[in-house]
Design a binder for this molecule. Structure first.
Ligand code: NAD
Length: 249
């Protein structure tokens, strides 16, 4: 298929490489030096565009793509206030968008397992949950967005959990609270570990990214899936469809 890339940074480069490996043609690459390229026949010839830029530029890029009638897969994070308006436009037939805060297929499978385990654990109060996320030293924010999603999925399924919290040094988090610990180490791409501990045993599930490649591969697979569709979608819609499952993702 024909792909356009919006944002030629770390993700844009990796998406280009993976898309070519999967036999796709890159018909247009847009970055800060050619913002008018949305209005070209090359851009308009794309079956799907993949957008990984910055929180301040993603919405404008999506809107420009809607005008050029090219469906967009967007992985840029940090602009979610605008999502309801964009969804609304897609519902009215004014554009096509697939958004995911995490395109790693493995992370999305891990999230499904986490939700299932949390549902089971709601009936076993002898198990106490905790989470640890580990990332490279360049990551400034904590906990990670993925850890927050995992934690919110647990809090909404386990009645003895009211909220999540990052422990202050040496202090317990308190009753009915899921602790999220973070570690910053070397170049670790992203590890999330969830533990359910009892006096007699311990259940641990974890996801360990080996590189950023998983995000790029997920975004290219999402673009392949989005081709020819109209409307607003998430990665859950894609995974439910390709796995022929309902209610898991
Ligand atoms: P990066 O800084 O390496 O690249 C961003 C690129 O966007 C740069 O080349 C920059 O010049 C370009 N850019 C800025 N403004 C632009 C504009 N108006 N039009 C076109 N291009 C523009 O960042 P990155 O590591 O590639 O990450 C990009 C975004 O993707 C971030 O928001 C990051 O959090 C997010 N991300 C999401 C996932 C996911 O799975 N959803 C995974 C990794 C990163």
């Amino acid at each position: 298929m024909k792909l356009a890339i919006i944002g030629y940074g770390r993700m844009g480069h990796m998406i280009e490489e993976i898309a070519k490996q999967r036999g796709h043609k890159i018909v247009c690459i847009i970055d800060v030096d050619n913002p008018d390229a949305f209005d070209t026949s090359d851009y308009r010839s794309a079956d799907v565009a993949i957008e990984f830029t910055t929180p301040g530029t993603a919405v404008e890029n999506i809107l420009k793509s809607f005008v050029s009638k090219v469906p967009v897969v967007c992985g840029t994070t940090g602009w979610l206030d605008a999502l309801p308006d964009l969804k609304d436009m897609c519902d009215k037939g004014q554009g096509t968008l697939l958004y995911a805060s995490n395109f790693s297929i493995g992370v999305n499978i891990f999230m499904a397992v986490n939700r299932y385990l949390a549902q089971i654990m709601n009936d076993f109060p002898e198990y106490t949950p905790s989470m640890t996320e580990i990332h490279h030293i360049h990551k400034l924010d904590h906990p990670s967005g993925t850890a927050i999603t995992l934690a919110e999925d647990m809090v909404s399924r386990v009645t003895r959990l009211d909220c999540w919290k990052e422990p202050e040094e040496g202090k317990p988090v308190g009753e009915n609270t899921l602790p999220i610990n973070h570690e910053r180490r070397g170049e670790v791409p992203g590890t999330h570990i969830i533990t359910w501990d009892s006096s007699v045993d311990k259940i641990t599930i974890s996801h360990e990214a080996k590189s950023r490649e998983g995000f790029a591969l997920g975004a290219v697979k999402a673009a392949e899936w989005l081709k020819g569709k109209k409307g607003y979608y998430t990665i859950s819609d894609m995974l439910s469809d390709v796995t022929h499952t309902q209610g898991i993702f």
